[in-house]
Structures are given as structure tokens and as C-alpha cells.
Design a protein around this ligand. Structure first.
Ligand code: SF4
Length: 204
């Protein structure tokens, strides 16, 4: 096994490092309605053939890899507008709706890093298409988003090397939407952790 990280795993890391470790270090996985719908959506989107419409080529299920960042994955759709140089525009399909946080945008930015390395280009924009609201959100690949993506890549690599699952996050809203909530048991973990902390404090 090599040390490459799946691009989709970066979204797990950005959402919750414990979720990333449970899936990619401990290899546990629990499907819920959201993950099942997301999987079916990607199967449908990725299976289409490439097509040309006017000056734009649409490639689906494109394999990606970055030797520099040790990440790889498959992107849903790559739009290539003819020109000199050609304009590359990645599009990732998501089951839900747009989010304030950068979790989904980090995944697109990681795709951009791969494409820039593989096709020797510079990409300034990509998009997320949200199935629940049938809306496409254009993403500007800012230096801040690039920095957040590199931080996620570094953090995920470090966690894989350490092989230690972090404590649960304090954001119960995220835990409620997490497919691993039963396996992770964040409330029980935090209760047990506080109990042990108090025991340590009052140890004779
Ligand atoms: S339940 Fe919460 S703490 Fe546990 S993996 Fe999911 S998001 Fe992270």
C-alpha cells in the first residue's frame, strides 16, 4: 500500500479529523441515507461518456493524481474549453446543499492541485453542483482556499502516519449528520473522558 490519500478523504478530514481517522485509519464505515444517496449520485454522474458541445469538451469520471501532494481520486466532470491555453473547469456533484464551511470546496481545490500538476495549467475556478437544490455554485480558487486545502492534506497525512484516532469534536450539529455517530459515540466518549479527568485530578 502506498502513502497516497483519496481526495474524497480530505473532505472527511476537514469535516472532522476523528471521522477521517475512523474511516481511513481504523477502516470502519457505516452507510446512512445521505452517504447512500451520495454514492448513487456519483455512480450515475461518473458513468457518462465524454462529449463535445461547441468549443467545450465534457469528460466524466476523470482519474486524478498528484505526486507532489500524494493525493489521488476521481472527479465527476471536467469541462475543457478550447483555447490557447485551454480552460479547465472541474465540477463536483454533491447530494446536499451549499455550505458556509469549506469542506466541499476543499475537495474541488484538491482536484485543481492534481489537474494543475497533470496538465501543466493554472485553474482559477471550479464548481459544486448540489442535487438537493439543483444549483451550481461557482468556486474561486483563492490563495486562502489553496492554503486550507494544503493544511487538510498535511493534517491528513500526519494523522495517517501517527495512526492515532483524535477525540470527538465539540460540534454536535456535525455529529448529528455524521454516518459514524453510533460507532463514534461522541457523547459517551466525552462523558468518560471528563470522568477520567476528574479521577486524575483527585488521585491521592
Ligand atoms: S460523530 Fe462527531 S466526533 Fe464522531 S466522527 Fe462523526 S462528526 Fe466526528
Amino acid at each position: 500500500m502506498d502513502d497516497f490519500i483519496a481526495i474524497s478523504a480530505l473532505q472527511h478530514f476537514a469535516y472532522c479529523p476523528r471521522q477521517f481517522a475512523l474511516i481511513h485509519v481504523e477502516q470502519v464505515w457505516e452507510e446512512n441515507r445521505f452517504t447512500a444517496e451520495g454514492r448513487l449520485l456519483h455512480e450515475r454522474v461518473d458513468s457518462g461518456a465524454a462529449e463535445q458541445r461547441r468549443d467545450t469538451r465534457y469528460e466524466r469520471g476523470v482519474m486524478l493524481e498528484s505526486q507532489q501532494y500524494r493525493i489521488r481520486g476521481k472527479m465527476d466532470l471536467l469541462e475543457i474549453q478550447a483555447g490557447n491555453p485551454p480552460l479547465y473547469f472541474p465540477v463536483e456533484y454533491k447530494r446536499g446543499k451549499p455550505k458556509v464551511e469549506d469542506w466541499d470546496r476543499i475537495q474541488v481545490c484538491a482536484q485543481v492541485l492534481c489537474l494543475e500538476e497533470m496538465r501543466n495549467c493554472h485553474i482559477e475556478e471550479g464548481a459544486l453542483w448540489y442535487w438537493e437544490v439543483r444549483r451550481r455554485e461557482t468556486i474561486t480558487i483563492t490563495s486562502e482556499l489553496r492554503a486550507a486545502t494544503l493544511a487538510a492534506i498535511q493534517g491528513a497525512h500526519a494523522l495517517l502516519v501517527a495512526g492515532v484516532t483524535p477525540h470527538p469534536i465539540a460540534d454536535t450539529r456535525r455529529c448529528r449528520a455524521c454516518s459514524l455517530v453510533d460507532l463514534c459515540a461522541p457523547q459517551a466518549f466525552l462523558k468518560d473522558h471528563s470522568r477520567r479527568y476528574v479521577e486524575e485530578l483527585f488521585k491521592p
